[in-house]
Design a protein around this ligand. Structure first.
Ligand code: ADP
Length: 430
């Protein structure tokens, strides 16, 4: 037997119900209940038939009623939430005591009733962790030897029968466990293989998106360049309508370009190949630079942007990635704030961290949408956002970039009042 086969054998014995699988316990309990009710019906038929004439009617009916009451309490009145290994075990002990009673009152260890011990051991072996199965088997073996000793038959015959049943019970439990464990291992392996396949497929998809985005980037840049050339060279000689169309084409082509940039970022993030170069960065001038690139958009909506950052605040960050984060957050604040609104950018320092905050008095985000905000491609869709363009990638990328630089991002928002995004970065001390 080689080493892996050894591991497999032990594994398959241990694997059954290693984790307390409540669902499975409940299913087993339901099956046990069905069998008990069927057994009770049979018992009544046997007691009533000529075959049961030799039985003491009173005792038989008392037992049948007793078991019926037990089944009622056990399966119906104790709520399913108590189902589990412990309840299963107590049930097994009670059941085996009853089987022992049957054995004593029929033909001793030679009685067919011994078969019920086997059935219950098989059930325990297939549904409970090893320690429960072991204790149950020891308990039943104890019962069997007890029965052998107290029975009126020849002791040496009864003891050989007890040894025979002990061995039989061990083999039954072993195979029950082994087969169940093997199928659990097969299922686990199948899940692992499916997961690996999914990871592989997702990798292929990421590579595909990366290659396509990269290939599209060049022609888009060429189109943008030509458009700029046409607008600067010929816009004077074109009528208003053509100029309008050209402007629209330029806006859309810019959008396509930034979407491709976002897709490239996402692919790199997911492939783990996004380079991050941390340097010492003074926050105020960077924020000032980003605000100036967005001023045109803000002015077109008469939105004021206030940079309230103190000169001395500095962080350890990747300069270009930090700019990208700020463009996303301030850009969103502009996009989702109505005309005449106000945006403030602030920063504070604690012992090891710098916190940067971008706040607006815009449309805000509902509690339901807040749960999904950092998900890939998630966009809020309502009346206030229906005409605002976007890909739903900005905040996903922003969060990833901040975390890659060693920070965290969060936000507070109220519909109709505004939103405040804040993120941390490791602090740099001058
Ligand atoms: P998008 O490209 O749609 O702007 P983002 O990932 O940047 O994608 O943002 C996701 C969603 O979060 C947006 O669709 C928007 O509804 C909401 N959102 C982001 N920033 C703000 C903000 N400052 N105010 C209100 N809503 C915002």
């Amino acid at each position: 037997m080689n080493n892996s086969a050894k591991v497999n054998l032990i594994d398959s014995l241990l694997l059954v119900s290693r984790y307390d699988d409540k669902e499975k316990q409940i299913r087993f309990e339901k099956i046990a209940e069905i069998f008990i009710w069927i057994a009770l019906v049979f018992s009544v038929i046997v007691a009533k038939s000529p075959f049961g004439e030799s039985l003491d009617n009173l005792v038989s009916y008392l037992i049948i009623i007793g078991i019926g009451l037990f089944a009622l309490v056990w399966f119906r009145l104790i709520p399913r939430k108590f189902s589990g290994n412990a309840k299963n075990f107590v049930y097994s002990v009670t059941l085996n005591l009853f089987i022992a009673y049957l054995v004593v009152n029929t033909n001793g260890l030679q009685s067919f009733a011994v078969l019920f011990f086997y059935i219950d051991m098989l059930r325990m072996a297939m549904s409970t962790p090893l320690r429960y199965t072991t204790v149950s088997i020891l308990f039943v073996i104890g019962l069997i030897f007890g029965l052998a000793i107290i029975s009126g038959g020849l002791v040496h015959i009864e003891l050989s029968l007890a040894i025979f049943h002990t061995w039989g019970l061990i083999i039954t439990a072993f195979f029950g466990r082994f087969i169940t464990g093997e199928s659990a291992i097969a299922k686990e392996n199948e899940n692992k293989a499916t997961l690996e396949k999914e990871i592989e497929l997702s990798k292929i998809k990421d590579e595909f998106v990366y290659i396509i985005s990269q290939k599209l980037k060049k022609p888009i840049q060429e189109i943008n360049k030509s458009l700029e050339g046409i607008i600067s060279g010929y816009s004077g000689s074109l009528d208003d309508e053509s100029n309008e169309l050209l402007k629209l084409t330029e806006v859309n082509s810019d959008r396509l370009d930034s979407l491709l940039n976002d897709l490239l970022d996402v692919s790199k993030i997911e492939q783990g190949s996004l380079p991050i170069h941390l340097t010492d960065v003074s926050i105020k001038p960077i924020v000032g630079e980003v605000i100036s690139t967005l001023l045109l958009d803000a002015n077109s909506k008469r939105i004021s942007i206030i940079n309230r950052i103190n000169e001395e605040i500095a962080a350890k960050a990747d300069l270009d990635r930090l700019k990208e984060v700020l463009v996303n957050l301030i850009g969103n604040a502009i996009k989702y704030t109505p005309e005449g609104g106000k945006i403030t950018v602030e920063a504070s320092k604690e012992s090891d961290l710098v916190t940067i905050r971008v706040s607006d008095n815009g449309i805000g985000i509902s509690e339901e949408d807040q749960k999904h905000l950092f998900e890939k491609f998630y966009r809020v869709e309502n009346e206030s956002t229906q005409f605002i363009k976007g890909s739903g990638l900005g905040l996903f990328i922003t969060k990833q970039l901040i975390e890659k630089m060693g920070g965290r991002i969060n936000f507070v928002s109220k519909v109709g009042e505004g939103t405040s995004f804040y993120f941390t970065l490791p602090r740099y001390r001058w």
